[in-house]
Unconditional design. Sequence first.
Length: 314
Amino acid sequence: MTRKIPITGRMNDDAMDEWIGHINGNLTDVKIVPLDELSSEEKAQVDCAVVLNPDPAVLESLPNLKWIQSLWAGVERVLSEYSNEDVKIVRLIDPQLSKTMSEGVLAWSFYLHRAMPTYLAQQATRSWDQPHLPTPQERTIGLLGLGQLGKAAALRLKENEFNVIGWSRSKAEIDGVETFHGADGLSDVLKRSDILVILLPLSSATRGLLDPENIAKIKPGASIINFGRGPIIDDDALIAALDSKHLEHAVLDVFSIEPLPKEHPYWAHPSVTVLPHCSAPTNKKTGAKIAAKNIAEFVTKGIIPTGVDRKLGY
Ligand code: NAP
């Protein structure tokens, strides 16, 4: 008999249908179905669910739930909204997502390295100025976060001859990359980076990490790329640092409120590039394969993938 695994979340019907189609295309003897299509008896038996931005009340209504497969890599929202410690939260770890993010980090690092914001501003005023162009080896890119995404980004930047350094909670080992950890390590990375790339998860330890004190430690004239989560940066402190020219430019893909409100000062700031949370969109085809593999292993062998650490918040 075909086993039914429900999918639930605050997403539109088209997105849900697409996910269902892709995941089911990778499964045999198991079928992903919308949670609403299960009877009350079936809901009482549910031990595993696929979720995307789920309503916590809906998850609470599943008494036998053991784990959920998130279709997103960042799980801070479900972690903060859904506190049932008996249910493991498994986030999406997809090598394609790491590739896409490393491509984004490389693209926007080159944007800053090749001074594109400067040339755009010059064109607007018909100015002809040729600033010094350092080599990539002379440019230090500091990555905050050396996980699935940070490691891939570090290697891609190294391939392109940048000098790469990085910071994480525990000590990381990456070929050719000088790595730091702990509070002192953070100061070193802030002081040395010409381009600082944030690829941290949002947790109680990283919320507001780039506060006025830490922003003041950043090398004068450096630029920031935030591809992690908006609340990691104190927005007022960043704007003050850009206004005073302590920092040169910020490429921001993530914000405390998304979509970024129309009246937000970032939109019109000459030293800010606003991106609409597009640095690494989830690829439904490859993401579905990973989710299907995890579900198949659970159904056939009872294996539940490693979940996120609720205490650490990622
Ligand atoms: P991950 O594999 O869990 O890696 C997280 C990294 O951050 C690890 O190196 C971890 O250190 C480090 N870290 C966490 N808390 C820290 C702390 N308090 N101090 C120092 N380092 C800390 O996560 P990932 O898959 O790389 O994803 C990172 C984040 O990217 C996601 O959580 C999500 O918010 C964001 N994201 C954004 C987009 C986008 O389109 N903008 C797309 C996908 C994901 P350890 O190595 O010591 O654990």
